[in-house]
Design a protein around this ligand. Structure first.
Ligand SMILES: Cc1cc2nc3c(=O)[nH]c(=O)nc-3n(C[C@H](O)[C@H](O)[C@H](O)COP(=O)(O)OP(=O)(O)OC[C@H]3O[C@@H](n4cnc5c(N)ncnc54)[C@H](O)[C@@H]3O)c2cc1C
Length: 388
């Protein structure tokens, strides 16, 4: 059996773990990442890939902590995507799916919201599009609503995972392992091939998997899960659309959040979240599909989805427990002796999580890097997986 020490072992290979591995290695830590399944295969590849600037949190007509924490994130990601960031990962290989994100209504919005969108408070973050500026899809006689352009961008999450994984090699291990917690403050990672790794610090970045790990390690904190029932619609009729659909009836949250992804047989996959996914947790999957069809007919009465293929995807958002079950506004990172537990809260907030975790780490030791021979297993969009 071989034994090795390193500064840092990160458990979990979603965006949080991969981002932290990238920062840690660049700052001279001997670091490894241990993923029990496939990289990205938790929430990260199931997310909608929106890097948002917080406008969807202002639909009650006011700024909030949630809308302001996140406001600078599109800019920060764009500098990673152009390779210009000195401190964050170089994401030049990541595909940008859309430079624009739209917010549109099925009718007129309330005067309060229209005034707010035109106000100085959010100047530059929301642009009201005139008829001539509408994306082609909305230039239909049946469309009677308003369209706004937001600063948000949408990324292709498989290319994000691949890019971060490539930068993290050969320090990434995917597969079975045992976390030996005989000494809970100094857990040892035992791999299947007999190799064992003793990290000076352990970072739990395992998303929903953090729940089991914090219980085993006896750490005094809680996790909360917010379940979603997302809908995937595949059809060759669908245009590439990236938009929040809102209406007068429920203007404080998007009724539908739509992202578009290339699919098989020349089809586009629309991935639908928003209120549909939140309230859909209570519906059976056939009822959820009927509901999705009804919602799409409200917003796009001209769209023929007769032959479209619908499916559902149930997945939990995993976050630090808030006591009141509310959505947290910021990333979470807390240190308990040699162990740091973290959740980014959103893909968008990965850079802020990186700042916070790097602040918590001690200095790098002078330890040799650890390499794994096998290339890591990488996931894909869950609706494109063969067994999905
Ligand atoms: C449907 C949906 C849509 C979303 N859309 C957006 C969006 O558009 N924009 C946005 O900013 N955010 C979005 N989010 C939130 C975002 O996806 C998450 O905040 C983020 O991906 C969490 O990353 P993570 O690395 O913490 O967790 P995960 O991506 O879940 O990764 C955790 C990893 O840890 C692994 N793991 C678990 N247990 C163990 C263990 N014991 N040992 C080793 N490995 C383990 C898992 O296999 C997994 O790969 C969305 C979330 C969902 C569910």
């Amino acid at each position: 059996m071989s034994r090795a020490s390193c500064d840092l072992a990160i458990i979990g290979g979603g965006v949080a773990g991969l981002w932290l591995l990238n920062l840690a290695r660049r700052q001279g830590y001997s670091a490894v990442l241990i993923e029990r399944d496939r990289l990205g295969g938790g929430q990260t590849l199931a997310s909608q890939g929106m890097i948002h600037g917080g406008i969807k949190y202002t639909l009650n007509g006011a700024l909030s902590a949630a809308s302001e924490t996140i406001a600078s994130m599109p800019g920060r990601w764009l500098s990673c995507l152009s390779g210009e960031s000195e401190s964050d990962p170089d994401l030049r290989q990541v595909r940008l799916l859309s430079n624009d994100y739209f917010l549109f209504s099925d009718g007129r919005l309330s005067s309060k919201l229209t005034a707010f969108f035109g106000s100085k408070a959010i100047q530059g973050r929301v642009e009201n599009l005139q008829a001539a500026e509408l994306p082609p899809f909305f230039r239909h006689e049946a469309f009677r609503g308003l369209v706004y352009r937001l600063q948000d961008v949408v990324i292709d999450t498989p290319s994000l995972v691949k890019t971060l994984a490539a930068a993290g090699q050969p320090a990434i291990y995917t597969g079975n392992y045992t976390l030996n917690t005989g000494d809970p403050q100094n857990p040892v990672i035992e791999l299947e091939d007999g190799q064992s790794i003793r990290p000076k610090q352990l970072i739990l970045a395992a998303g929903e998997g953090n729940g089991e790990l914090i219980t085993r390690l006896g750490l005094p904190l809680t996790m909360q899960l917010r379940p979603l029932n997302q809908v995937v619609v595949k059809s060759a009729e669908l245009p590439g659309l990236y938009a929040h659909a809102v209406s007068l009836k429920s203007a404080d949250k998007p009724r539908l959040t739509i992202t578009s992804h290339e699919s098989d047989k020349g089809r586009t996959a629309w991935y639908l979240g928003g209120q549909l996914a939140e309230s859909g947790v209570e519906r059976s999957d056939p009822d959820q599909i009927s509901m999705a069809r009804r919602e799409l007919a409200v917003f796009f009465p001209w769209l023929d989805l007769e032959d479209a293929e619908f499916s559902t995807l149930r997945i939990n958002r995993a976050e630090a427990g808030q006591g009141n079950g509310q959505r947290p506004d910021t990333p979470f990172a807390e240190q308990f002796g040699n162990i740091i537990v973290c959740w980014p809260t959103k893909l968008t907030l990965a850079p802020l999580l990186g700042d916070e975790v790097m602040r918590l780490l001690g200095s790098p030791g002078n330890l040799a890097p650890i390499s794994f021979k096998e290339a890591p297993q990488i996931g894909n969009y869950p609706w494109e997986e063969p067994d999905a």
